[in-house]
Each structure stands twice: as C-alpha cells, then as structure tokens.
Design a protein around this ligand. Structure first.
Ligand SMILES: [Zn+2]
Length: 282
C-alpha cells in the first residue's frame, strides 16, 4: 500500500478492463427479458380491459357505472405492474444512448403505454352521447386520474443507460481497483467501504449487500443510476488513500465518462499508455 502514495494519477488502473463497454451478465439479461415479456402481456391485458369498457359504453344503454369503474381499476393495476417490471428490466439490461430516439422509446415505454391504455377511453367517455353530464364527470374524472397515475409510474425520471453504467463502473474501478460496492436495501447511495460510517450508522441491524455498481442499480430502485449516488464520504476516503487531489478526482471522473461515451478510441489510448506500469505496484 505504501507505493500508492507515490502515485498521483493512476491513469492505468484496470487498463484493459475499464476500456470495455459495460455489459449485463447472462443471468441479468435473461431476467430482464423475462420481465419484459411479462410486462408486455400485462400491458396487452390492460388494453383489453380498456376495450371491454369502451365496448360497454358504446353498446349498452344505460351503462353499468360500477362495471366501467372496475374495468378502469383493472386496467390501471395491469398498466402499473407492467411499468414497474419494465423499469426493472431496464435497470438490469439498460438501453444505449447512442440512438437517442430508441433510448427515449425504451426508457419511457411505460408512459406511452399509459397513454394507449387510457386516452381512447377518456375520449370515448367525453364524446359518447349516451352518457349524461354526471356520468361523464365521474367516469371521465376516474379515467383521467388513472391515466395520470399510470403515466407517472410509467415515466422513468432517471433512465439507466449502458453508457452511464460503463462510466460509473469505470469510476469505481479507478478509485478502488475493482467494481465492487456496498449498499443497504433502504439506502439511496452506494459505498466503496464496508465500514463506511453511513453504512454502520443507525442501520446496524439492516442487512446490506455487495456487488458491482450495476448490481446496486438493478437491486435497489432507490439508488439513481448516476455517479451522484456514490457516497461522498467514501469517494473522498478513496481519493485520500490514493493521495489524489480534487483535480485528480475530476480527471478520473472525466476519463471514466470518456470511456462510457463514443470517444473511446480518440481520447483514451495516449492517456492510458503512460503510467500503465504503475498498476503492477498496487
Ligand atoms: Zn460511504
């Protein structure tokens, strides 16, 4: 460990490993696929529930209010469970940001599904001539509330991406030499040190888990997939142990970001080659 103190910039740590783009494990990939298939089935059933409600409103006079309300609730439950599974699948096996449109589509599919699963019904309720004003108010209000609820659950406000996973995993490798972090089930941060005060603190009875950064993202939905989720205390401790200045820390972060993006081949090689031998001393 004494040799670490001489190193001010360990550019080469994990040279070959950190250049690779992050990939999900086979196990997580198949879990993600299973979640996506189930989500798709639930979404189809949600749309079916909506179609039955629409058919009832159009064909039956007078309509059974309770029947339509039950169908809206069923529609909502199916849409929400589908969206939760879909977001979970993206945490396990995130899309790439290289194609912005596909990234947006895959990340926010739950939102689009919410629109498909409720908007036609809302339109039918407000335009149908068989419904009186009171019925339109009640059913329309419930359907709009369901649309908003399903839309909010379906929207991923912190969508994960392959690039983000690559960057965050590489940054942890730069700091610690390997991509291994700790987190608790209820916490929203991941930690580099098992004995971090924030892990010990008031949660001594809580079981905490260890694994790669991507495991943390996949297993705890409270942890946002971004470097901001890395515990600052742990980050500073790692920097201190390496003898890094705040500038060195920033450089390591930029390097990890560059590898995560498309600029790998232009930026990284000349930076990496110089102090690569220093990794051997660790
Ligand atoms: Zn910590």
């Amino acid at each position: 460990m004494a040799t670490n103190k001489k190193i001010t910039r360990v550019e080469g740590s994990g040279k070959t490993a950190s250049q690779a783009t992050w990939k999900p494990t086979e196990e997580n990939k198949s879990k993600a696929t299973r979640n996506r298939v189930i989500a798709a089935i639930l979404w189809v059933l949600a749309v079916v529930a909506q179609l039955i409600a629409i058919r009832h409103i159009i064909q039956v006079v007078p309509i059974k209010m309770w029947f339509v309300i039950v169908l809206i609730v069923v529609d909502l439950a199916l849409a929400i469970v589908g969206s939760i599974l879909w977001k979970k699948s993206n945490r396990l096996d995130p899309p790439s940001e290289k194609n912005k449109f596909l990234f947006f589509l895959q990340s926010q599919l739950g939102l689009f599904t919410a629109i498909i699963a409720f908007l036609p019904l809302v339109i039918v309720i407000f335009t149908n001539k068989n419904l009186d004003g009171k019925q339109k108010g009640i059913l329309g209000g419930i359907a709009i509330a369901a649309l908003v609820a399903a839309g909010l659950v379906g929207t991923d406000f912190n969508p994960p991406s392959v690039e983000q996973y690559t960057q965050d995993s590489n940054y942890v490798k730069e700091l610690m030499g390997s991509d291994y972090v700790y987190w608790t089930k209820s916490g929203s941060k991941y930690h580099l040190y098992q004995d971090c005060q924030h892990l010990k603190g008031d949660r001594t009875t809580e079981i905490f888990e260890g694994g790669s950064v991507s495991d943390a993202y996949a297993n705890n939905s409270r942890i946002k997939p971004t470097l901001e989720s890395l515990c600052k205390t742990c980050e500073n401790r790692a920097a201190k142990e390496k003898g890094w200045s705040p500038e060195d820390l920033e450089k390591a972060k930029e390097k990890a970001a560059a590898i995560g993006g498309e600029v790998v081949s232009d930026v990284v090689p000349e930076e990496v080659q110089l102090p690569a031998e220093e990794t051997i001393t660790e």
